[in-house]
Write a protein that binds this ligand. Structure first.
Ligand code: GLA
Length: 388
């Protein structure tokens, strides 16, 4: 059964009523532009065909019009219940519930008058592997709460609200990329997002290229603390350059002044500054179907993450090397997402997908003792209400 039908059916069984509304929001894969979003820079992600789905019904029982009940299908049918009064408290136990509470809390903080509801939630975005299952949950919930309350929430504000909830309620200091692409993704396109203005330009993904995601299955550790350390180092560099964010530092300025930076901070800054340049160029290469250039840019991006930003791990490097060696300049490959495990993204000619799959299935366990998860994705539409 399709995910949407599963959640609708589970809703009906649990609450003994049909759901009234269904919403979906996708996960994402970033083609290039890593750790640039919180430096006001550029990213080039696409939404993927894996979603979080929320089925909802407004409560019309007197006296309970501010009550929210939630059923989490992916967490052994765990439930949460809370009143929509600001400020909300964190759930004592369930992390998933903090997304549900956090998104409502941020909306209420902005003055939205939310209405009580019953919700059922499930998703097929692989969790904890850097494909933004949390952002997809936040964005799906923003759409749910605002629609139920009958208020207009633009896709941009929905993304910002999700990020606000994640930063302030859940406690992870992420940038805006994941929520924005989940809210605004476009079928068959990646989006070049300017993370300062939040404007985005769709860039079509060539139909003869597949977007392959290879999950290293390396358990991600230290992600949050390392992420926050990288953010601080970037901010420190920006302060020394006397600018708002590293986005404002050109390569020439960096080259002239890098000696004034602590060597480690200089490496972090060099990654961000070069990655911004690569991302803008990669968008042009993708639009022009210049796979050779794209291949080079993705390879350079990976090396920059490995040596300058130091966020890759050996198993991820092994995947990138084996796929890169085989693809040559017919496609591109690099680590995608926050780092320290997670996934590799590869742009692969459609005719070579099986070859790459076989290569990874054969070589990866031999080299690392791990098995990889392989997804062939299509660039998908951002969050929406599902009618029917
Ligand atoms: C995580 C964050 C994003 C972004 C990436 C790295 O996915 O949530 O905001 O910073 O890492 O590019």
């Amino acid at each position: 059964m399709e995910l949407v039908q599963q959640v609708q059916q589970a809703f009906a069984e649990h609450y003994q009523q049909q759901g009234e509304f269904t919403f979906r929001a996708p996960g994402r894969v970033n083609l290039i532009g890593e750790h640039t979003d919180y430096n006001d820079g550029f990213v080039l992600p696409c939404a993927i065909n894996y979603d979080t789905v929320v089925v909802a019904r407004r409560r019309d029982d007197a006296g309970n019009d501010k009550r929210v009940r939630v059923l989490a299908l992916d967490y052994q049918q765990q439930v949460d219940e809370f009143e929509l009064t600001f400020p909300l408290a964190k759930h004592p136990q369930y992390q998933w519930a903090n997304y549900v509470r956090g998104v409502a809390n941020s909306l209420m903080q902005k003055g939205f008058n939310l209405v009580g509801c019953d919700l059922a939630i499930s998703g097929n975005v692989p969790q904890g592997v850097g494909l933004s299952s949390s952002a997809s949950l936040e964005v799906a919930l923003g759409l749910t709460y605002s629609t139920l309350a009958g208020v207009e929430l633009s896709s941009r504000d929905n993304a910002l609200n999700g990020q606000h909830a994640e930063n302030n309620f859940v406690g992870c200091n992420c940038g805006i990329m994941d929520q924005l692409i989940s809210a605004q993704g476009k079928v068959a396109h990646a989006l070049l997002i300017d993370c300062r203005s939040l404007d985005s330009t769709p860039v079509s993904v060539p139909t003869d290229m597949a977007v392959m995601i290879i999950n290293s299955n390396v358990k991600r550790g230290l992600v949050d603390s390392e992420y926050n350390t990288r953010r601080r180092q970037c901010e420190e560099a920006a302060t020394i350059f006397g600018v708002k964010a590293l986005r404002d530092v050109s390569w020439t300025t960096f080259a002239a002044k890098q000696g004034e930076l602590d060597p480690l901070v200089a490496k972090r800054a060099r990654h961000v500054i070069t990655e911004n340049g690569r991302t803008e160029l990669a968008a042009k290469a993708l639009a022009a179907h210049d796979i050779k250039l794209l291949s080079r840019l993705m390879a350079e991006s990976h090396l920059s993450m490995k040596h300058d930003f130091e966020i890759t791990v050996p198993a991820i490097d092994a995947l990138v090397e084996m796929i890169g060696n085989t693809l040559g300049d017919t496609g591109g490959v690099r680590m995608t997402g926050g780092g320290f495990g997670g996934c590799v993204v590869a742009l692969v000619p459609q005719g070579r997908v099986d070859e790459i799959r076989a290569l990874v299935e054969r070589q990866y366990p031999l080299q690392t003792g791990l098995n990889a998860g392989i997804f062939v994705c299509t660039a998908s539409q951002g969050a929406e209400q599902i009618l029917a």
